[in-house]
Write a protein that binds this ligand. Structure first.
Ligand code: C2E
Ligand code: MG
Ligand code: MG
Length: 747
């Protein structure tokens, strides 16, 4: 008995809790005797003399057993019984009717009226006792069954479950309410047969379902199957069908089909799939799905010896583009970009959006180096290309599409794009590797300006690898304070006066030797180290100047280069301003050098920071003039005092009259804007003479002195001052070419 429900066990053992019984009989003798019998069994009893009183008693009390005499005044036993059966608390109560001996007609009528059992009069009280026990036990079992059915119906409703039983002729033997709810069918006519059920199966799944059911019947096995149904109201739902054929010897063969509505689960699965594999903004496959698709494509391509092009395409400095847009506008722009790319691709091309940063090579630093480019990046895969130039043709078409402006909230936005291409099988055969190579190639293309694209070459990879390893080493060098500052003098042509020295950072790598500043400054910018590096150079240079001023009788200033990232980094600039205000250095001796492209790219932000520099007395120089937009009219609006002409111009003035004229023009224009002009990279006496003729104010370069470390500079300065104080110096001032540098060159 252990497997059964405990209540059933108790019921079958014949033990029942004391109950409240109702007896209705107009014979007071019988009433008394039955009352005594039931009370002896421990039950409470209400005794009434007629049917109407019995019905009235149910309005106040629930009874566990009712004994009804048939012949009673006013309401007889049959009517009383059928009235009680209509009451909520009378539906299931066991009713025992007291009929006349051999009165089969009364027995029939008693059952018709809803009686549970009958006892013939005259009553045999010894048997009556057992009869009552029996009827109570049967009522207990029925009650438990009812509860259990209710529980199972409830559970089925919660689980969206239903079941149908068919016989071999496919006629329905039983159809649960759950099935009707799943199919949204009314109870009448409900489901008539197997074919009727099949009509609700989704047309595309129908043959599969019928075949599977046939097979289950044929093999006598169970089957599990997910398919769609179309409800009576037209809604498509997903169901799990479990069909079991039940060969039952001696009985007709049965088939039981359980259906569970799993639409919610499928919806969640679909949503999870979409989240996991699609970019929610553009609906394009994300990187994970692309890799799966590309892996598959590459396997096929290898079999048929096809070539595949993997293109990484994106908008340059997308973070800057969206800076002026609100969230909604940025999203709209991304959608329009994706749409434009989609329209250029063929159906068979794979297209994916790489929406997250840092998805590649976490840990190697690759993600950080390319993070700036990754904000809006797409991977396009051209399959089975018949020439290696196919990607170029495609990209020319795509770049052409991006020449047209995007319109966002009535604003026209032009975007610069770049792309990198890797080819399978030439460059590799793994999806991750091909995407990474195309990303590397794009990194180089983006440095070349709008609309560029590059094919991957191993050499690019080597450059990137060098960058990664240098990035780590640079971080270490900063930690161990192994960067040095060298100093290069700048003199005034008119009187050979030492105006200032430029602080230039130097890094001697333990294995690779001197790394050019142009290379490690770029890495420092990409790795977010420039704030720290710049501040160190600045502080070292300022302290060094204070030392020299204590040591020598001198009035020259110090010039320090500021990188664009440093200028826009609030924390880095705060550190510089704090140092300036806490150091005893005279602010007028400090000059910041900024390249023109830096100044123009972020004009408004740069302007406010530069105004602050100027407000506290520091000078500002436009560096490398001539290498960028060379827009003097624009730059003239800046609070700069000095313009430094880039060495690439200066080197050409010896050999080209045209360049002499250009440099002369720049000098005149700069003078008209009130700027002091410095020529950079002056190496020869002839260059100096020409510059002097063109009214250039100051020069810097190898002719005067190469950048040198602090100690070497102190000796240089000693010599320089001695030279200046020699008597003949005054006679020749401004006219004689002098060269102090070579002994102190740090080059
Ligand atoms: P820059 O500010 O224009 O510095 C002048 C560059 O010209 C220096 O290159 C210097 O060594 C070089 N030079 C000086 N005289 C001559 C010459 O007669 N002939 C030739 N051919 N070159 C000459 P360097 O030191 O390699 O620095 C390159 C650039 O790196 C600098 O250009 C500057 O933009 C950047 N840089 C250097 N140190 C720092 C720093 O501490 N912070 C920042 N943000 N940038 C720095
Ligand atoms: Mg400079
Ligand atoms: Mg320069």
């Amino acid at each position: 008995m252990t497997g059964r429900h405990p209540d059933i066990n108790r019921v079958l053992a014949g033990t029942r809790d004391p109950l409240h019984a109702l007896i209705a009989d107009d014979d007071s003798g019988i009433l008394l005797t039955l009352t005594a019998l039931l009370e002896q069994k421990g039950h409470a009893v209400s005794a009434v003399g007629d049917g109407a009183a019995a019905v009235a008693a149910l309005s106040t009390t629930d009874f566990g057993l009712i004994l009804l005499d048939i012949c009673m005044p006013e309401l007889d036993g049959f009517d009383t019984c059928s009235t009680i059966r209509q009451l909520e608390n009378g539906k299931n109560v066991p009713i025992l009717m007291l009929t006349g001996q051999d009165d089969t007609e009364s027995v029939r009528k008693a059952f018709e009226a809803g009686a549970t059992d009958f006892v013939a009069k005259p009553i045999n009280y010894a048997l009556m006792s057992y009869r009552i026990d029996y009827i109570l036990r049967a009522a207990g079992v029925a009650e438990e069954l009812r509860k259990s059915q209710q529980r199972s119906r409830h559970a089925q409703r919660i689980a969206n479950l239903g079941h149908i039983e068919w016989d071999t002729s496919r006629d329905i033997k039983h159809c649960s309410r759950g099935i009707l709810e799943i199919l949204k069918l009314p109870e009448q006519p409900g489901l008539s047969g197997f074919d009727d059920f099949v009509a609700y199966v989704h047309p595309e799944d129908r043959s599969r379902v019928v075949a599977a059911v046939e097979q289950a019947l044929f093999q006598g096995s169970a089957l599990n199957l997910e398919h769609r149904i179309v409800r009576s109201d037209g809604e498509v739902r997903f169901v799990l069908q479990i069909t079991e054929a039940r060969p039952n010897p001696g009985v007709l063969e049965r088939m039981v089909v359980t259906l569970q509505d799993i639409t919610d689960r499928i919806d969640i699965e679909n949503r999870m799939h979409a989240l996991a594999y699609y970019d929610d903004l553009t609906g394009l496959p994300n990187r994970s799905l692309l890799i799966q698709q590309l892996d598959q494509l590459l396997r096929g391509a290898a079999r048929y010896e096809h070539s595949t092009a993997v293109i990484v395409f994106g908008v340059d400095r997308f973070d800057k583009v969206v800076e002026g847009l609100d969230h909604q506008e940025s999203e709209n722009l991304i959608k329009l970009i994706a749409e434009r790319i989609k329209n250029t691709c063929r159906e068979c091309d794979l297209l994916s959006r790489q929406s997250t940063e840092g998805a590649v090579d976490a840990g190697t630093g690759a993600s950080q180096l390319t993070a700036k480019l990754r904000n809006d990046e797409y991977v396009i895969v051209l399959s089975a290309i018949n020439s290696l130039q196919a990607a170029s043709v495609f990209l020319q078409r795509l770049v052409e599409q991006f020449r047209h402006a995007f319109t966002i909230s009535d604003r026209r936005i032009y975007l610069a794009t770049s792309a990198g291409i890797s080819l399978a099988p030439i460059d590799g055969d793994s999806s991750n590797q091909l995407i990474k190579f195309a990303e590397i190639a794009r990194g180089f293309a983006s440095q070349e300006g709008g609309g560029s694209f590059r094919y991957f070459k191993q050499e690019l990879n080597q450059r990137v690898m060098r960058k990664f390893s240098l990035a780590d080493d640079l971080r270490k060098a900063l930690r161990e304070d192994r960067l040095e500052v060298h100093y290069q003098p700048r003199i005034r042509l008119a009187d050979n006066h030492l105006v200032s020295v430029e602080a230039l950072c130097r890094w001697k790598h333990p294995e690779m030797g001197s790394i050019p500043p142009t290379e490690f400054i770029e890495i420092a910018e990409e790795e977010g180290l420039i704030g720290e590096l710049g501040a160190r150079v600045f502080e070292t240079a300022c302290n060094q100047l204070l030392d020299w001023r204590r040591e020598f009788d001198c009035d020259f200033g110090i010039s320090v280069n500021l990188s664009p990232d440093q200028l826009l980094d609030e924390e880095a600039m705060r550190r510089i301003f704090e140092f300036v205000s806490s150091s005893p250095i005279d602010n007028h001796l400090v000059e910041f050098e900024l390249t023109e492209s830096t100044l123009l790219a972020n004009f408004d932000t740069s302007l406010s920071i530069l105004n602050r520099c100027v407000d506290i007395g520091c000078g500002l120089a436009i560096d490398d003039f001539g290498t960028g937009y060379s827009s003097l009219s624009y730059l003239g609006n800046l609070p700069a005092k000095t313009l430094k002409i880039d060495k690439s111009f200066i080197h050409l003035i010896e050999s080209s009259m045209q360049y002499t004229a250009i440099v002369g023009g720049i000098i005149k224009l700069a003078h008209s804007l009130g700027l002091v002009v410095v020529a950079e990279g002056v190496e020869t006496a002839l260059q100096r003479t020409i510059l002097q003729q063109e009214q250039c104010d100051e020069i810097q370069g190898g002719l005067v002195g190469w950048p040198m470390h602090a100690q070497a500079f102190a000796s240089w300065l000693d010599d320089f001052q001695q030279e200046r104080s020699r008597p003949e110096y005054a006679d020749n001032e401004g006219g004689v070419v002098r060269q102090w540098h070579s002994n102190y060159s740090a080059r």
